[in-house]
Every structure is written in C-alpha cells, then in structure tokens.
Design a protein around this ligand. Sequence first.
Ligand code: GSH
Length: 202
Amino acid sequence: MKLYFSPGACSLSPHIVLREAGFDFTLEKVNLRNRQTASGVDYTTINPKGYVPALDLGNGELLTEGPAIVQYLADQAPQSHLAPPCGTLERARVQEWLTFIGTELHKSFSPLFNPAASDDSKEAARANLARRLPIAAQALDSRPYLTGETFSVADAYLFTVLTWAGLVNVDLSPWPALRAYQERVGARPSVQAALEAEGLKR
Ligand SMILES: N[C@@H](CCC(=O)N[C@@H](CS)C(=O)NCC(=O)O)C(=O)O
C-alpha cells in the first residue's frame, strides 16, 4: 500500500493507523500547492479530488476520505483493535467521533489555514472551535481515549487535528484534558514514528 500525504495534514491520521496496525506501506509526499507528487506526477491524475489522504491499495484501487481509510485499515487488522466490529454500537461510537472530528473540528480549522478566507469566516471558525473543542475535552476528562480505555482510529484523527491548534493560534489551555491527551497520544511509538517520517519531529 502507498499513502499519499502532506506533512502534518489530515493524512497524518491514516499514517498513524498504518503504523499502529503494523502494515507494510510506503509514503509519497504531495505538494498541495502545485498538486505534484514527490516523484513528479500530477496528483490529480492519481486522485481527482486533489486532496490528501489517498491510499493506493496496490490492487488498482484507490481509497480516499480519511474516516473511510482508517476504518478500512482497522478492519483489515482486527487484531490491532483499532475499531470495534462493524454493526456494533461500539463501532457506531467510533463513527460518531470520526464524523464529529471531520465535520465539526477539521473543517473548522480549514479556514484558519486559508489565506483567501475572509476575516469573518475565520472568526466564525474560531467561534465554532470554541464551542466544539469542549465536547472532546469533556469526554477525555473521564477516560484516556475518545471511546474508553483503548486507542482507536478516532484518536488518530483527533490527535492530528489538535496538532493544528498551535499552528493557527487556537489556545487549548482552557482544556487541560486536551493537553494531557496530546501528550498521551503523542508519546505512542506509532505517532512518534509517523511524525518523524513526515519530518515533523523537533
Ligand atoms: N474530506 C476529506 C478532506 C481532506 C482534506 O481536507 N485534506 C486537506 C489537508 S488536511 C487537503 O489536502 N487540502 C488541499 C486542498 O483541498 O486542495 C477527508 O476527510 O479526507
């Protein structure tokens, strides 16, 4: 398998999951400004959506959309317990978090990285984050990971999104549970290895 990624982008989430599950995989960096891959290919010829992540499954299939990719990976490696079995309420809880992170957090950070976004849309995004981050913080007040005692694919995604706070001046200090969670997840060997491979480890 090959993961198309951009350093520190949301592709970090499936990158962490690939390592958590112990898959054999390669990485190819995508320059999101000119949509060229590191090997000089027009990325839109590989993934017409033009954004990362995309996972080349090595059998002619390309899988896109982070939440779909991480769940596919978890299901291919059930021994890693990165997601409960399909069809269970526990699995729906992981999907509930993945959807929350994608639609309420990830997409609220997006305008803050967009130089073309208006000040109004940036303010609205910050206000939305201020309303939504406490929801994650409250869950993590009483448990180490989003769905309980076990690290899941939702944690790979939340960790990834939280790394953006420092880049766009979103202050997480009102939520000590989020800061502790960043430390806890950031210390996992898979996360350390993914950050290193993406050139993000200081
Ligand atoms: N719906 C997609 C969104 C992916 C996404 O927002 N990717 C960003 C990086 S975090 C990107 O590649 N942006 C460049 C662009 O949209 O041109 C998913 O959940 O995987």
